[in-house]
Design a binder for this molecule. Structure first.
Ligand code: F0G
Length: 482
C-alpha cells in the first residue's frame, strides 16, 4: 500500500485500484444454505457457486485481472506452434526471474507431475519446508517420501516470527547425512508456504539452503506459486531487503534455485503454469515431458488468452501496490479476529486468513475433522465458503491408517483484489457469531471416502443433528436476516 496515513489514528487497508467490472452476488437464506451444504456432502469443494455468497475457497484462478491484462488478451495469437503469444510470455517470464529457459505447463500440479517423474525414484527422499497436497501426491505416487523440515516455529499457531516458512538448516543437514545426498531427489522450497498459513521464507534462508544443496549436488526446486506474497513479505519484513527493488529480490530467489515452477493461477493473476531453469541438462529432460503431458512447447496446455494475461500479470507483480492488496486485507482480517479472541494463525501470512479449528472447536476430536466441521458450519452461518486444511486433506497410508494433521485450519482465501472491505467485515461478523456459538458445532464422518486426494470429492455427514441447532440459534439471534 502506498504511504497513506489516517488522521483518526488506526490505519486500514486502502485499495490502490478501482472496480470497473462487477459480478452480482447472491446471499441465500440460512435454511437454503443448510440444504446446499447437505447436498454437497459437507464438503465445500462440492458446493455450487450459485449457493455461495463470498467464495473464499481459494485464491487460485480467481484473482481479479487488470485492465491491461484484459486488453492484452485481445491480442492473443492462436497457433499450435510458434505463436507470438508464447514469445511474449517467454520473454516476460525470463525477464521476471532472469532465467534462460521457460517451459509451459497447464497449471502447477502439471509441473509437479513432470518434475516428480524425472527426479523421484522408489525410495527417494524429498525434503521441503512443508508439503502441498498435489506436490506430495505426485512425489508419493512415484515412490518418494516427503520430509518436512520447516522450522519448529512454522507449526506454531501464534507466533511473531516473520518467516515461519523457513527451512530448519540443522534438519536439512541431518537428512542429507542420514540418507546420503544421492537419495535426496531434490529439496523443495515453497514460497508463501500454503498449508501452514501462507507463511513466507526469508531470502537469507533460501540462500543458506541453496549453499547446502549446491555443495551436496542436490537440485533446489522453488515452488513459486505464492511468490507474490512471499516477495511482499521479504520486501517489508527482511531488513536487508528493505531498499531492494522487487525485481532484484525476485532475481535473487531465482539465482538461489536450480528449478522454479509455478501455478499461474496464483502467480501472474491468470490461469496456467510453467517451469524455468538455467541448467541445460534439466531443461532437456523437462522438455521431453512437456509435449507428452501438456501440449506443444509453445502453449503447454494453456489458452493463448491466458498466456497473454500472465505475461502482463508477471509484470504487474513487480508493482508493490498490486501485490500488497492481498496481504494488507489478510492482515486486517487476522487482527480483527485476533482482537476478539478468535484463534487465528499469526502473524498474518499471504493467501488468506487461517482460523485454528483445533482451538476453535477443541471439543471435537481430530478424527471427526474439526476443520471440516468449521468449514461446513461457517458456510451455514455466512454463505461464505472456505477450505478445510487439516486431517481431511491428508491421505490414509498404505495400511489404511489416517494420519492426523499437524494443524487443523479453516482457510479463508482472499483472492487478490476481489473483495471489498465491507465484505471482509461481514466475514468477520459471522465468524464472531459462530465463535460465540461454537459449542453447538460437532464433528463430521465420511460417507464416501476416495483413496487419493479425498478432500476434493469425499462426502461427509454430521455426527448428530447439530447443524439444525446452528440454524435455530441463528434465527433466534438474527430474526429474519439473511
Ligand atoms: N503449489 C502451491 C504452493 C499451491 O498452492 C498450488 C495450488 C499448487 C502448487 C498447484 O497448482 O492448482 O495450478 O495445479 N493451490 C491451490 C490452492 C489449489 O487452493 O491452494 P495448480
Amino acid at each position: 500500500m502506498a504511504n497513506v496515513k489516517f488522521h483518526a489514528g488506526e490505519s486500514f487497508p486502502l485499495e490502490m485500484h478501482k472496480v470497473r467490472i462487477i459480478q452480482k452476488l447472491n446471499l441465500i437464506p440460512i435454511e437454503e444454505r443448510l440444504r446446499a451444504v447437505k447436498e454437497a456432502g459437507n464438503n465445500t469443494f462440492l458446493l455450487k457457486n450459485r449457493d455461495v455468497f463470498m467464495d473464499m475457497l481459494t485464491d487460485s484462478g480467481v484473482n481479479a485481472m487488470s485492465d491491461r491484462q484484459l486488453a492484452s488478451m485481445m491480442e492473443a495469437d492462436d497457433s499450435y506452434a510458434g505463436s507470438e503469444t508464447f514469445s511474449r510470455l517467454e520473454k516476460s517470464v525470463k525477464n521476471f526471474f532472469g532465467v534462460k529457459h521457460f517451459l509451459p505447463a497447464h497449471q502447477g500440479r502439471a509441473c509437479e507431475n513432470i518434475l516428480s517423474k524425472i527426479f523421484v525414484k522408489e525410495g527417494s527422499i524429498v525434503p521441503m519446508n512443508y508439503h502441498f497436497t498435489t506436490a506430495k501426491a505426485h512425489i508419493t505416487i512415484n515412490g518418494g517420501k516427503v520430509e518436512e523440515i520447516i522450522i519448529d516455529e512454522g507449526l506454531k499457531i501464534r507466533s511473531s516470527c516473520p518467516f515461519k516458512g523457513n527451512i530448519d538448516i540443522n534438519k536439512l543437514n541431518a537428512i542429507i547425512r542420514d540418507h546420503g545426498a544421492q537419495n535426496v531427489a531434490y529439496v523443495r522450497m515453497e514460497a508463501g508456504t500454503n498449508l501452514v498459513g501462507g507463511q513466507p521464507f526469508s531470502l537469507e534462508n533460501l540462500n543458506d539452503v541453496s549453499k547446502i544443496c549446491r555443495s551436496a549436488n542436490i537440485p533446489l526446486v522453488l515452488d513459486a506459486s505464492l511468490l507474490a506474497d512471499n516477495l511482499y513479505f521479504v520486501k517489508t519484513r527482511e531488513e536487508s531487503c528493505k531498499n531492494m527493488e522487487l525485481r532484484e529480490i525476485t532475481r535473487k530467489f531465482a539465482e538461489a534455485s536450480d528449478i522454479i515452477y509455478f501455478s499461474a493461477r496464483k502467480l501472474g493473476f491468470g490461469r496456467g503454469g510453467g517451469i524455468c531453469t538455467n541448467n541445460e541438462e534439466y531443461f532437456l529432460k523437462i522438455r521431453e515431458m512437456v509435449p507428452l503431458f501438456e501440449g506443444f512447447l509453445t502453449y503447454g496446455g494453456m489458452s493463448v488468452r491466458e498466456m497473454e494475461a500472465i505475461a502482463v500479470g508477471l509484470d504487474e507483480t513487480l508493482d508493490e501496490d498490486m501485490i500488497s492488496q492481498g496481504p494488507i486485507f489478510i492482515d486486517y482480517m487476522v487482527r480483527e479476529l485476533d482482537k476478539k479472541g478468535v484463534p487465528v494463525i499469526t502473524p498474518a501470512g499471504g493467501l488468506g486468513c487461517h482460523v485454528d479449528a483445533k482451538a476453535f472447536l477443541d471439543h471435537i476430536p481430530q478424527n471427526q475433522y474439526p476443520a471440516g466441521a468449521l468449514a461446513a458450519s461457517y458456510f451455514i452461518a455466512s454463505g461464505i465458503r472456505g477450505m478445510e486444511r487439516g486431517t481431511l486433506s491428508e491421505q490414509r497410508d498404505e495400511n489404511g491408517n489416517e494420519p492426523l494433521s499437524n494443524m487443523e485450519l479453516l482457510r479463508l482465501a482472499l483472492p487478490r483484489r476481489v473483495f471489498t472491505l465491507s465484505q471482509v467485515n461481514y466475514a468477520i461478523d459471522r465468524m464472531l457469531w459462530l465463535y460465540k456459538n461454537r459449542k453447538l458445532v460437532e464433528g463430521l464422518r465420511f460417507v464416501e471416502e476416495p483413496k487419493i486426494l479425498r478432500f476434493f470429492f469425499g462426502r461427509l455427514e454430521p455426527v448428530s443433528d447439530w447443524q439444525d441447532k446452528v440454524v435455530a440459534q441463528f434465527r433466534k439471534d438474527f430474526g429474519d436476516s439473511l
